[in-house]
Design a protein around this ligand. Sequence first.
Ligand SMILES: [Mg+2]
Length: 327
Amino acid sequence: MSLGSYGEFGLIERIRAQVAGRDDVLVGIGDDCCATMLPPGEVLLTTTDLLIEEIHFRRAWTDFFALGCKAVAVNISDIAAMGGTPRTLSLGLGLPADLCPEDFDQLIAGILTAAQEYGAVLSGGDTCRSPAGLLLSVTVQGSSKPEEVLRRSGARVGDLLYVSGTLGDSALVLRELLTGRTPPAELAGRHHQPTARLRLGQELAQRRLATALIDLSDGLRADLGHILTASGIGARVDAASLPLSPTFRTALAIEPSLLDLALAGGEDYELLWSAPPVAAPALAALGTELGLPLTCIGEIVAAAGLHVVAADGEEIISSKVGYNHFS
Ligand SMILES: [Mg+2]
């Protein structure tokens, strides 16, 4: 049986049958719009990400369940980067004729599983045949108290810079795949099925532990650059303090140029934020509470620009600034 034999409404029904209702969703899948209640006084957060076959993923490298999870997680990561709470998810699907029903079901299962994990409910979308390749467009809406919305623009001179988790793992996996090698098994999930740091973003907002916040989708250099531009300041990052996984560290010892992947590889989906030095003990406690390393990697300075400095004080110039889909 082919996917085409279900027809558009058959596919939508196939998805709708798996989605449970929720009190805050007045109208879900099946009407012209979804209608959602927000907690009183909260502002609406909206984010969209596109995933296009051969640009963002290759079918041969991933499985459909993981792809569905990733499509959700990369959007949730943006909600996390505002300190918000995800509520609804809207799904746009461009489906190629050669996609079989089993793969479609796995993709939807991944999307629904990840949505539930992060507290978002699928509430609408659209499907269409794609002339070539699978296309996923995910929009997540969430909410936040207006005074807790964390922007990129609040960093101040003297603030320390923090990053969650480890950097470069996803980019290392991609590098191995692109060069035809088998990536280290323990890092594969970091690329194919990343975790959004939702709880961390929310705690940073509610405990007022960040002055500016962003998620790392395009690499540390590029995304820190966004904070610096928005805040009108500069930063110094100590390369020796970058948090790296044991596997990445081993690879780096053999091939020092891999440091570029930690600085500019992209798709880390960790959070990067600035905080005044007085927040350090509370951040240490939060890291312990979440079981997630929160590492100070540098500081905000008045002079514009980003300077990544090695242990000997020498500046490290990267050839790569960040991930660019158009290059
Ligand atoms: Mg983002």
